[in-house]
Design a protein around this ligand. Structure first.
Ligand SMILES: Cc1cc2nc3c(=O)[nH]c(=O)nc-3n(C[C@H](O)[C@H](O)[C@H](O)COP(=O)(O)OP(=O)(O)OC[C@H]3O[C@@H](n4cnc5c(N)ncnc54)[C@H](O)[C@@H]3O)c2cc1C
Length: 468
Protein backbone atom coordinates (compact mmCIF):
# COMPACT_ATOMS: atom_id res chain seq x y z
CA UNK A 1 0.00 0.00 0.00
CA UNK A 2 1.45 3.38 -1.05
CA UNK A 3 2.25 6.02 1.58
CA UNK A 4 1.45 8.88 -0.80
CA UNK A 5 -1.49 10.94 0.40
CA UNK A 6 -4.42 10.91 -2.00
CA UNK A 7 -8.06 11.90 -2.25
CA UNK A 8 -10.85 12.07 -4.81
CA UNK A 9 -11.33 15.77 -5.67
CA UNK A 10 -13.01 18.12 -8.06
CA UNK A 11 -10.44 20.35 -9.78
CA UNK A 12 -10.71 23.37 -12.02
CA UNK A 13 -8.32 25.86 -13.60
CA UNK A 14 -8.01 29.54 -12.73
CA UNK A 15 -11.00 30.30 -15.00
CA UNK A 16 -13.21 28.05 -12.80
CA UNK A 17 -14.92 26.56 -15.85
CA UNK A 18 -15.33 22.82 -16.60
CA UNK A 19 -14.40 21.23 -13.24
CA UNK A 20 -13.71 17.51 -13.26
CA UNK A 21 -13.07 14.87 -10.62
CA UNK A 22 -9.85 12.92 -10.35
CA UNK A 23 -7.86 11.00 -7.80
CA UNK A 24 -5.30 13.54 -6.62
CA UNK A 25 -2.02 12.14 -5.29
CA UNK A 26 0.30 14.53 -3.48
CA UNK A 27 3.84 13.19 -3.09
CA UNK A 28 5.51 14.77 -0.06
CA UNK A 29 9.07 14.38 -1.38
CA UNK A 30 11.04 13.47 -4.50
CA UNK A 31 11.17 9.78 -3.53
CA UNK A 32 7.40 9.67 -3.35
CA UNK A 33 6.89 10.89 -6.94
CA UNK A 34 7.64 7.52 -8.66
CA UNK A 35 5.55 5.85 -5.96
CA UNK A 36 2.64 8.21 -6.73
CA UNK A 37 2.92 7.44 -10.45
CA UNK A 38 2.97 3.67 -9.87
CA UNK A 39 0.04 3.98 -7.48
CA UNK A 40 -1.92 6.13 -9.96
CA UNK A 41 -1.35 3.68 -12.78
CA UNK A 42 -2.36 0.73 -10.64
CA UNK A 43 -5.60 2.31 -9.42
CA UNK A 44 -6.87 5.01 -11.79
CA UNK A 45 -8.35 3.79 -15.05
CA UNK A 46 -7.76 6.93 -17.11
CA UNK A 47 -4.08 7.76 -16.88
CA UNK A 48 -2.46 10.66 -15.09
CA UNK A 49 -1.29 14.26 -15.46
CA UNK A 50 0.98 16.38 -13.27
CA UNK A 51 -0.37 19.58 -11.71
CA UNK A 52 1.34 22.63 -10.27
CA UNK A 53 -0.45 25.57 -8.68
CA UNK A 54 -3.53 25.23 -10.92
CA UNK A 55 -2.97 28.72 -12.40
CA UNK A 56 -3.58 27.65 -15.99
CA UNK A 57 -6.96 29.09 -16.87
CA UNK A 58 -8.49 26.02 -18.51
CA UNK A 59 -8.28 22.26 -18.06
CA UNK A 60 -4.59 21.57 -18.77
CA UNK A 61 -3.97 20.25 -15.25
CA UNK A 62 -7.14 18.15 -14.88
CA UNK A 63 -7.82 14.54 -15.76
CA UNK A 64 -11.45 13.47 -15.40
CA UNK A 65 -11.77 9.93 -14.07
CA UNK A 66 -8.00 9.47 -13.89
CA UNK A 67 -5.23 10.62 -11.59
CA UNK A 68 -3.59 13.98 -11.04
CA UNK A 69 -0.14 14.23 -9.44
CA UNK A 70 -0.07 17.40 -7.34
CA UNK A 71 3.57 18.57 -7.28
CA UNK A 72 3.22 21.52 -4.91
CA UNK A 73 4.87 19.83 -1.91
CA UNK A 74 8.15 19.59 -3.85
CA UNK A 75 9.05 23.20 -3.18
CA UNK A 76 12.74 23.14 -2.28
CA UNK A 77 15.46 25.20 -3.84
CA UNK A 78 18.25 22.67 -4.24
CA UNK A 79 21.26 24.73 -5.34
CA UNK A 80 22.18 28.29 -6.16
CA UNK A 81 25.40 28.83 -8.07
CA UNK A 82 26.00 32.57 -7.62
CA UNK A 83 29.09 32.72 -9.80
CA UNK A 84 27.66 30.60 -12.59
CA UNK A 85 24.22 32.29 -12.29
CA UNK A 86 22.30 29.01 -12.11
CA UNK A 87 19.45 27.92 -9.84
CA UNK A 88 18.30 24.32 -9.38
CA UNK A 89 14.93 23.75 -7.74
CA UNK A 90 12.20 21.18 -7.34
CA UNK A 91 9.26 21.51 -9.71
CA UNK A 92 6.70 22.63 -7.13
CA UNK A 93 8.58 25.76 -6.06
CA UNK A 94 6.77 28.94 -7.08
CA UNK A 95 8.06 31.97 -8.97
CA UNK A 96 7.46 33.98 -5.76
CA UNK A 97 9.56 31.58 -3.69
CA UNK A 98 12.39 31.61 -6.24
CA UNK A 99 12.36 35.40 -6.55
CA UNK A 100 12.36 35.88 -2.78
CA UNK A 101 15.34 33.54 -2.37
CA UNK A 102 17.24 35.05 -5.29
CA UNK A 103 16.66 38.64 -4.13
CA UNK A 104 18.55 37.90 -0.94
CA UNK A 105 21.58 37.24 -3.18
CA UNK A 106 20.97 40.28 -5.41
CA UNK A 107 19.69 38.03 -8.21
CA UNK A 108 16.42 37.46 -10.04
CA UNK A 109 14.66 35.40 -12.72
CA UNK A 110 15.01 36.51 -16.34
CA UNK A 111 11.37 35.77 -17.30
CA UNK A 112 8.25 35.93 -15.13
CA UNK A 113 4.55 35.70 -16.01
CA UNK A 114 1.75 38.01 -14.80
CA UNK A 115 1.40 36.13 -11.52
CA UNK A 116 4.09 34.99 -9.10
CA UNK A 117 1.94 32.04 -8.02
CA UNK A 118 2.89 29.54 -10.73
CA UNK A 119 5.27 26.65 -10.12
CA UNK A 120 8.54 25.92 -11.87
CA UNK A 121 7.01 22.75 -13.38
CA UNK A 122 4.01 24.71 -14.65
CA UNK A 123 6.25 27.45 -16.07
CA UNK A 124 8.25 24.84 -18.01
CA UNK A 125 5.23 22.83 -19.17
CA UNK A 126 3.58 25.99 -20.58
CA UNK A 127 6.83 27.65 -21.69
CA UNK A 128 5.50 30.85 -20.17
CA UNK A 129 6.38 34.32 -21.40
CA UNK A 130 6.64 37.70 -19.71
CA UNK A 131 6.62 41.36 -20.67
CA UNK A 132 10.12 40.97 -22.14
CA UNK A 133 9.65 38.25 -24.76
CA UNK A 134 10.69 40.66 -27.53
CA UNK A 135 14.12 40.91 -25.88
CA UNK A 136 14.69 37.78 -23.81
CA UNK A 137 12.40 35.10 -25.25
CA UNK A 138 10.24 32.90 -23.05
CA UNK A 139 11.01 30.77 -20.01
CA UNK A 140 12.31 27.94 -22.23
CA UNK A 141 15.29 29.98 -23.34
CA UNK A 142 16.60 30.13 -19.78
CA UNK A 143 16.17 26.48 -18.76
CA UNK A 144 19.39 24.49 -19.01
CA UNK A 145 18.47 21.10 -17.51
CA UNK A 146 15.34 19.15 -16.59
CA UNK A 147 14.88 15.96 -14.60
CA UNK A 148 11.90 14.13 -16.05
CA UNK A 149 10.10 11.12 -14.64
CA UNK A 150 8.50 8.96 -17.32
CA UNK A 151 5.33 6.96 -16.63
CA UNK A 152 7.52 3.83 -16.75
CA UNK A 153 9.39 5.10 -13.68
CA UNK A 154 12.60 6.12 -15.46
CA UNK A 155 14.29 9.35 -14.28
CA UNK A 156 15.86 11.14 -17.25
CA UNK A 157 18.35 14.00 -17.06
CA UNK A 158 17.59 16.16 -20.07
CA UNK A 159 19.69 19.00 -21.46
CA UNK A 160 19.69 20.65 -24.89
CA UNK A 161 22.92 18.72 -25.60
CA UNK A 162 22.14 15.24 -24.27
CA UNK A 163 18.55 14.76 -25.43
CA UNK A 164 17.46 17.85 -27.36
CA UNK A 165 14.25 16.39 -28.83
CA UNK A 166 12.73 15.33 -25.53
CA UNK A 167 14.16 18.37 -23.73
CA UNK A 168 12.42 20.78 -26.11
CA UNK A 169 9.24 18.71 -26.32
CA UNK A 170 9.00 19.04 -22.54
CA UNK A 171 9.25 22.85 -22.76
CA UNK A 172 5.66 23.79 -23.52
CA UNK A 173 4.73 20.09 -23.45
CA UNK A 174 1.76 20.54 -21.07
CA UNK A 175 2.85 17.71 -18.79
CA UNK A 176 2.34 15.17 -21.60
CA UNK A 177 5.98 14.04 -21.88
CA UNK A 178 6.36 13.18 -18.19
CA UNK A 179 6.66 14.74 -14.77
CA UNK A 180 9.30 17.40 -14.28
CA UNK A 181 10.71 16.75 -10.82
CA UNK A 182 13.44 19.42 -10.85
CA UNK A 183 15.11 21.84 -13.22
CA UNK A 184 18.06 24.19 -13.55
CA UNK A 185 17.71 27.65 -14.98
CA UNK A 186 19.76 30.73 -15.63
CA UNK A 187 19.33 33.64 -13.27
CA UNK A 188 20.63 37.19 -13.53
CA UNK A 189 21.78 40.08 -11.34
CA UNK A 190 19.03 42.29 -9.93
CA UNK A 191 20.14 45.90 -10.08
CA UNK A 192 17.26 47.00 -7.84
CA UNK A 193 13.73 45.73 -7.13
CA UNK A 194 12.37 48.61 -9.22
CA UNK A 195 11.82 49.49 -12.85
CA UNK A 196 11.60 52.90 -14.52
CA UNK A 197 8.44 53.06 -16.63
CA UNK A 198 7.62 55.25 -19.60
CA UNK A 199 3.90 55.46 -20.17
CA UNK A 200 1.93 56.77 -23.15
CA UNK A 201 -1.80 57.10 -23.47
CA UNK A 202 -2.85 56.73 -27.09
CA UNK A 203 -6.06 58.03 -28.64
CA UNK A 204 -6.83 55.17 -31.05
CA UNK A 205 -5.65 51.90 -32.57
CA UNK A 206 -3.41 53.42 -35.24
CA UNK A 207 -1.38 55.31 -32.64
CA UNK A 208 -1.24 52.25 -30.37
CA UNK A 209 0.13 50.05 -33.14
CA UNK A 210 2.58 52.73 -34.20
CA UNK A 211 4.12 52.93 -30.72
CA UNK A 212 4.15 49.16 -30.24
CA UNK A 213 5.81 48.65 -33.64
CA UNK A 214 8.64 51.09 -32.96
CA UNK A 215 12.15 49.76 -32.58
CA UNK A 216 12.00 48.68 -28.94
CA UNK A 217 14.84 49.68 -26.65
CA UNK A 218 12.91 48.96 -23.45
CA UNK A 219 13.30 45.59 -21.81
CA UNK A 220 9.64 45.33 -20.82
CA UNK A 221 6.70 46.38 -22.93
CA UNK A 222 2.95 45.87 -22.62
CA UNK A 223 -0.19 47.75 -23.60
CA UNK A 224 -3.60 47.70 -22.04
CA UNK A 225 -6.14 48.21 -24.84
CA UNK A 226 -9.66 49.58 -24.69
CA UNK A 227 -11.51 47.42 -27.22
CA UNK A 228 -14.95 48.70 -26.21
CA UNK A 229 -14.41 52.39 -27.03
CA UNK A 230 -16.22 53.36 -30.20
CA UNK A 231 -15.38 55.30 -33.36
CA UNK A 232 -11.93 56.84 -33.50
CA UNK A 233 -11.29 55.94 -29.86
CA UNK A 234 -11.40 52.22 -30.62
CA UNK A 235 -8.09 50.56 -29.67
CA UNK A 236 -6.88 53.45 -27.53
CA UNK A 237 -4.42 52.21 -24.98
CA UNK A 238 -2.08 52.82 -22.15
CA UNK A 239 1.31 51.64 -23.40
CA UNK A 240 3.83 50.97 -20.67
CA UNK A 241 7.49 50.35 -21.44
CA UNK A 242 10.10 49.91 -18.77
CA UNK A 243 13.73 49.20 -17.99
CA UNK A 244 15.33 47.97 -14.78
CA UNK A 245 16.12 50.91 -12.52
CA UNK A 246 19.79 51.22 -11.52
CA UNK A 247 20.30 50.90 -7.75
CA UNK A 248 21.73 54.44 -7.63
CA UNK A 249 18.37 55.81 -8.80
CA UNK A 250 16.20 53.87 -6.38
CA UNK A 251 13.64 56.11 -4.64
CA UNK A 252 14.62 57.06 -1.09
CA UNK A 253 11.06 56.14 -0.05
CA UNK A 254 11.84 52.51 -0.93
CA UNK A 255 13.27 52.25 2.58
CA UNK A 256 16.23 50.25 1.28
CA UNK A 257 19.48 51.64 2.62
CA UNK A 258 22.41 52.43 0.36
CA UNK A 259 24.57 49.99 2.33
CA UNK A 260 22.45 47.02 1.29
CA UNK A 261 21.84 48.03 -2.29
CA UNK A 262 23.04 44.85 -3.91
CA UNK A 263 20.95 42.40 -1.90
CA UNK A 264 17.25 42.79 -1.26
CA UNK A 265 15.97 40.55 1.53
CA UNK A 266 12.24 40.56 2.05
CA UNK A 267 11.32 42.97 -0.72
CA UNK A 268 9.88 40.35 -3.01
CA UNK A 269 7.66 38.57 -0.54
CA UNK A 270 4.20 39.23 -1.74
CA UNK A 271 0.69 38.29 -0.66
CA UNK A 272 -2.83 39.40 -1.52
CA UNK A 273 -3.95 42.56 0.25
CA UNK A 274 -7.67 42.10 -0.47
CA UNK A 275 -9.70 38.97 -1.14
CA UNK A 276 -12.76 38.70 -3.43
CA UNK A 277 -15.66 37.11 -1.50
CA UNK A 278 -16.83 33.62 -2.50
CA UNK A 279 -20.17 34.60 -3.98
CA UNK A 280 -19.27 37.75 -5.85
CA UNK A 281 -22.04 38.69 -8.32
CA UNK A 282 -20.52 38.16 -11.77
CA UNK A 283 -23.32 40.28 -13.24
CA UNK A 284 -21.28 43.39 -12.35
CA UNK A 285 -18.97 42.51 -15.23
CA UNK A 286 -21.36 43.25 -18.05
CA UNK A 287 -20.78 45.24 -21.21
CA UNK A 288 -21.95 48.63 -19.87
CA UNK A 289 -20.06 48.48 -16.55
CA UNK A 290 -16.90 47.24 -18.28
CA UNK A 291 -17.11 50.12 -20.77
CA UNK A 292 -17.33 52.58 -17.90
CA UNK A 293 -14.40 50.91 -16.16
CA UNK A 294 -12.30 51.01 -19.33
CA UNK A 295 -13.09 54.70 -19.78
CA UNK A 296 -11.98 55.45 -16.20
CA UNK A 297 -8.86 53.35 -16.53
CA UNK A 298 -7.84 55.16 -19.69
CA UNK A 299 -8.59 58.63 -18.29
CA UNK A 300 -6.64 58.14 -15.09
CA UNK A 301 -3.44 57.31 -17.00
CA UNK A 302 -1.09 60.22 -17.71
CA UNK A 303 -0.93 61.34 -21.36
CA UNK A 304 2.82 60.82 -21.35
CA UNK A 305 5.17 60.13 -18.50
CA UNK A 306 8.85 59.23 -18.46
CA UNK A 307 10.94 57.22 -16.03
CA UNK A 308 8.40 56.72 -13.26
CA UNK A 309 9.94 54.38 -10.66
CA UNK A 310 7.73 51.36 -10.04
CA UNK A 311 8.36 48.65 -7.47
CA UNK A 312 9.01 45.31 -9.14
CA UNK A 313 6.32 43.20 -7.46
CA UNK A 314 3.28 45.38 -8.28
CA UNK A 315 4.76 46.07 -11.72
CA UNK A 316 5.10 42.40 -12.66
CA UNK A 317 2.22 40.94 -10.65
CA UNK A 318 -0.52 43.58 -10.29
CA UNK A 319 -3.31 41.04 -9.94
CA UNK A 320 -1.62 39.12 -7.12
CA UNK A 321 -2.68 41.88 -4.73
CA UNK A 322 -6.30 40.76 -5.13
CA UNK A 323 -6.71 37.24 -3.74
CA UNK A 324 -8.95 34.95 -5.82
CA UNK A 325 -9.74 37.74 -8.31
CA UNK A 326 -11.13 35.05 -10.62
CA UNK A 327 -14.26 35.09 -8.41
CA UNK A 328 -15.05 38.52 -9.85
CA UNK A 329 -16.56 36.66 -12.79
CA UNK A 330 -19.18 34.96 -10.65
CA UNK A 331 -20.10 31.30 -10.56
CA UNK A 332 -19.83 30.78 -14.34
CA UNK A 333 -16.15 31.70 -14.26
CA UNK A 334 -14.00 33.31 -16.93
CA UNK A 335 -12.34 32.39 -20.17
CA UNK A 336 -9.00 33.89 -20.99
CA UNK A 337 -8.52 33.90 -24.73
CA UNK A 338 -4.93 34.54 -25.79
CA UNK A 339 -3.74 34.39 -29.36
CA UNK A 340 -0.63 35.34 -31.31
CA UNK A 341 -0.44 36.39 -34.95
CA UNK A 342 2.89 36.46 -36.80
CA UNK A 343 4.75 39.69 -37.65
CA UNK A 344 3.65 40.86 -41.09
CA UNK A 345 0.05 39.89 -40.36
CA UNK A 346 -0.93 43.24 -38.83
CA UNK A 347 -3.99 43.45 -41.13
CA UNK A 348 -5.26 40.15 -39.68
CA UNK A 349 -4.53 41.45 -36.19
CA UNK A 350 -6.69 44.50 -36.84
CA UNK A 351 -9.45 42.25 -38.19
CA UNK A 352 -9.31 40.30 -34.90
CA UNK A 353 -9.66 43.53 -32.91
CA UNK A 354 -12.58 44.65 -35.10
CA UNK A 355 -14.28 41.30 -34.74
CA UNK A 356 -14.01 41.51 -30.96
CA UNK A 357 -15.72 44.89 -31.10
CA UNK A 358 -18.35 43.90 -33.68
CA UNK A 359 -19.32 40.83 -31.65
CA UNK A 360 -19.63 43.09 -28.58
CA UNK A 361 -17.46 40.85 -26.43
CA UNK A 362 -17.32 42.31 -22.91
CA UNK A 363 -13.57 42.74 -22.76
CA UNK A 364 -12.42 44.09 -19.44
CA UNK A 365 -8.72 43.38 -19.59
CA UNK A 366 -7.08 43.33 -23.02
CA UNK A 367 -3.35 42.88 -22.70
CA UNK A 368 -1.34 43.40 -25.83
CA UNK A 369 2.33 42.42 -26.16
CA UNK A 370 4.99 41.93 -28.74
CA UNK A 371 6.83 38.62 -29.07
CA UNK A 372 10.39 38.25 -30.30
CA UNK A 373 11.93 35.32 -32.14
CA UNK A 374 10.40 31.90 -31.80
CA UNK A 375 12.31 29.54 -29.53
CA UNK A 376 11.26 26.54 -27.49
CA UNK A 377 9.49 23.29 -28.11
CA UNK A 378 7.05 22.09 -30.79
CA UNK A 379 4.11 23.00 -28.55
CA UNK A 380 5.48 26.32 -27.26
CA UNK A 381 3.01 29.12 -27.84
CA UNK A 382 5.12 32.21 -28.68
CA UNK A 383 5.78 33.13 -32.32
CA UNK A 384 7.51 36.26 -33.56
CA UNK A 385 4.55 38.63 -33.69
CA UNK A 386 1.73 40.13 -31.67
CA UNK A 387 -0.22 38.62 -28.83
CA UNK A 388 -3.49 39.69 -27.25
CA UNK A 389 -5.00 38.22 -24.07
CA UNK A 390 -8.59 39.01 -23.15
CA UNK A 391 -10.56 37.98 -20.07
CA UNK A 392 -14.22 37.23 -20.74
CA UNK A 393 -17.13 36.10 -18.56
CA UNK A 394 -17.68 32.43 -19.49
CA UNK A 395 -21.45 32.97 -19.65
CA UNK A 396 -21.29 35.97 -22.03
CA UNK A 397 -23.96 35.56 -24.73
CA UNK A 398 -22.64 33.98 -27.93
CA UNK A 399 -19.11 33.61 -26.56
CA UNK A 400 -18.37 30.16 -28.02
CA UNK A 401 -19.40 31.09 -31.57
CA UNK A 402 -17.55 34.41 -31.34
CA UNK A 403 -14.29 32.77 -30.26
CA UNK A 404 -14.70 30.13 -32.99
CA UNK A 405 -14.72 32.97 -35.53
CA UNK A 406 -11.62 34.47 -33.97
CA UNK A 407 -9.89 31.07 -34.06
CA UNK A 408 -10.49 30.91 -37.81
CA UNK A 409 -8.94 34.32 -38.35
CA UNK A 410 -5.98 33.51 -36.11
CA UNK A 411 -5.32 30.09 -37.67
CA UNK A 412 -5.82 31.53 -41.17
CA UNK A 413 -2.86 33.89 -40.81
CA UNK A 414 -0.46 31.38 -39.25
CA UNK A 415 -1.28 32.27 -35.65
CA UNK A 416 -2.37 30.16 -32.70
CA UNK A 417 -4.12 30.22 -29.35
CA UNK A 418 -2.35 29.59 -26.05
CA UNK A 419 -3.36 26.06 -25.04
CA UNK A 420 -2.57 26.45 -21.35
CA UNK A 421 -5.22 29.16 -21.16
CA UNK A 422 -7.67 27.46 -23.49
CA UNK A 423 -11.08 26.18 -22.45
CA UNK A 424 -12.88 25.69 -25.76
CA UNK A 425 -10.69 25.28 -28.90
CA UNK A 426 -12.16 22.90 -31.47
CA UNK A 427 -9.85 20.00 -32.43
CA UNK A 428 -10.00 20.74 -36.20
CA UNK A 429 -7.66 23.70 -35.82
CA UNK A 430 -5.06 22.16 -33.56
CA UNK A 431 -2.73 20.94 -36.31
CA UNK A 432 -2.95 24.21 -38.26
CA UNK A 433 -2.08 26.19 -35.17
CA UNK A 434 0.61 23.78 -33.98
CA UNK A 435 2.22 22.42 -37.17
CA UNK A 436 4.95 20.60 -35.22
CA UNK A 437 2.40 18.36 -33.53
CA UNK A 438 3.84 15.19 -35.11
CA UNK A 439 7.29 15.97 -33.80
CA UNK A 440 5.79 16.37 -30.35
CA UNK A 441 3.87 13.13 -30.59
CA UNK A 442 6.96 11.23 -31.72
CA UNK A 443 8.66 12.18 -28.46
CA UNK A 444 5.52 11.48 -26.49
CA UNK A 445 5.21 7.98 -27.90
CA UNK A 446 8.86 7.24 -27.04
CA UNK A 447 8.46 8.13 -23.35
CA UNK A 448 4.83 7.10 -22.98
CA UNK A 449 4.14 4.21 -25.41
CA UNK A 450 0.91 3.29 -23.61
CA UNK A 451 -0.40 6.86 -23.72
CA UNK A 452 -1.12 7.10 -20.00
CA UNK A 453 -0.24 10.80 -19.74
CA UNK A 454 -3.58 12.46 -20.40
CA UNK A 455 -5.42 15.60 -19.46
CA UNK A 456 -8.88 17.03 -20.06
CA UNK A 457 -7.27 19.61 -22.37
CA UNK A 458 -5.39 16.97 -24.39
CA UNK A 459 -8.56 14.90 -24.85
CA UNK A 460 -10.73 17.91 -25.66
CA UNK A 461 -8.50 19.39 -28.38
CA UNK A 462 -7.74 15.98 -29.86
CA UNK A 463 -4.07 16.10 -28.95
CA UNK A 464 -4.03 12.42 -28.04
CA UNK A 465 -5.61 11.28 -31.31
CA UNK A 466 -2.83 12.72 -33.46
CA UNK A 467 -0.28 9.97 -33.18
CA UNK A 468 2.97 10.22 -35.09
C1 LIG B 1 -3.16 35.99 -13.19
C2 LIG B 1 -2.43 35.12 -14.17
C3 LIG B 1 -1.50 35.71 -15.00
C4 LIG B 1 -0.81 34.93 -15.92
N1 LIG B 1 0.10 35.54 -16.73
C5 LIG B 1 0.79 34.81 -17.63
C6 LIG B 1 1.77 35.42 -18.46
O1 LIG B 1 2.03 36.62 -18.37
N2 LIG B 1 2.44 34.63 -19.34
C7 LIG B 1 2.20 33.28 -19.44
O2 LIG B 1 2.84 32.63 -20.25
N3 LIG B 1 1.28 32.68 -18.66
C8 LIG B 1 0.58 33.42 -17.77
N4 LIG B 1 -0.35 32.80 -16.96
C9 LIG B 1 -0.57 31.36 -17.12
C10 LIG B 1 0.35 30.53 -16.22
O3 LIG B 1 1.63 31.08 -16.15
C11 LIG B 1 0.48 29.11 -16.79
O4 LIG B 1 -0.77 28.53 -16.98
C12 LIG B 1 1.34 28.19 -15.90
O5 LIG B 1 1.56 26.98 -16.58
C13 LIG B 1 0.66 27.88 -14.57
O6 LIG B 1 1.54 27.15 -13.75
P1 LIG B 1 0.99 26.21 -12.58
O7 LIG B 1 2.11 25.88 -11.69
O8 LIG B 1 -0.18 26.86 -11.96
O9 LIG B 1 0.58 24.92 -13.40
P2 LIG B 1 -0.86 24.18 -13.61
O10 LIG B 1 -1.86 25.20 -14.00
O11 LIG B 1 -1.14 23.37 -12.40
O12 LIG B 1 -0.49 23.29 -14.85
C14 LIG B 1 -0.24 23.86 -16.10
C15 LIG B 1 0.38 22.81 -17.03
O13 LIG B 1 1.64 22.45 -16.53
C16 LIG B 1 1.73 21.04 -16.35
N5 LIG B 1 2.59 20.80 -15.20
C17 LIG B 1 2.48 21.35 -13.96
N6 LIG B 1 3.46 20.89 -13.17
C18 LIG B 1 4.21 20.04 -13.92
C19 LIG B 1 5.36 19.24 -13.67
N7 LIG B 1 5.96 19.20 -12.48
N8 LIG B 1 5.83 18.48 -14.68
C20 LIG B 1 5.27 18.50 -15.91
N9 LIG B 1 4.18 19.23 -16.19
C21 LIG B 1 3.66 20.00 -15.22
C22 LIG B 1 0.29 20.59 -16.16
O14 LIG B 1 0.12 19.23 -16.52
C23 LIG B 1 -0.43 21.53 -17.09
O15 LIG B 1 -0.40 21.02 -18.40
C24 LIG B 1 -1.07 33.53 -16.02
C25 LIG B 1 -2.00 32.94 -15.18
C26 LIG B 1 -2.69 33.72 -14.25
C27 LIG B 1 -3.70 33.08 -13.35
Amino acid sequence: MSAVSSSERSLHGWGRTAPSTARVLRPASAVEVPEAVADALATASDGLIPRGAGRSYGDAAQNAGGAVIDMTALDRILALDRAGLRLTAQAGVTIAQMMARLAVEGLTLPVVPGTSQVTLGGAIASDIHGKNHHQDGGFARHVSAITLLTPGGELLDLTPETNPDLFYATLGGLGLTGIVTEATLKVEPLSAPWVAEDSDRTSGLAETLEIMAMEESHRYSVAWLDLLAEGGKFGRAVVGRANPLPASEMPVSSGILHASRSRFPGVLVNGPTVEVPKRFPGALLRHSSIRAFNELNWRKAPRSERGRPRALVPYFFPLDAVGQWNRLYGSAGLVQYQFVVPSGEEAALERCFELIQRLRLPVFLAVFKRFGDQFGGPMSFPLNGWTLAIDLPADAAGLGAALDQLDQLVAGCGGRVYLTKDARLRPELLRTMYPQLDLFNQQRSLVDPDGVLRSDLARRVGLLEHSA
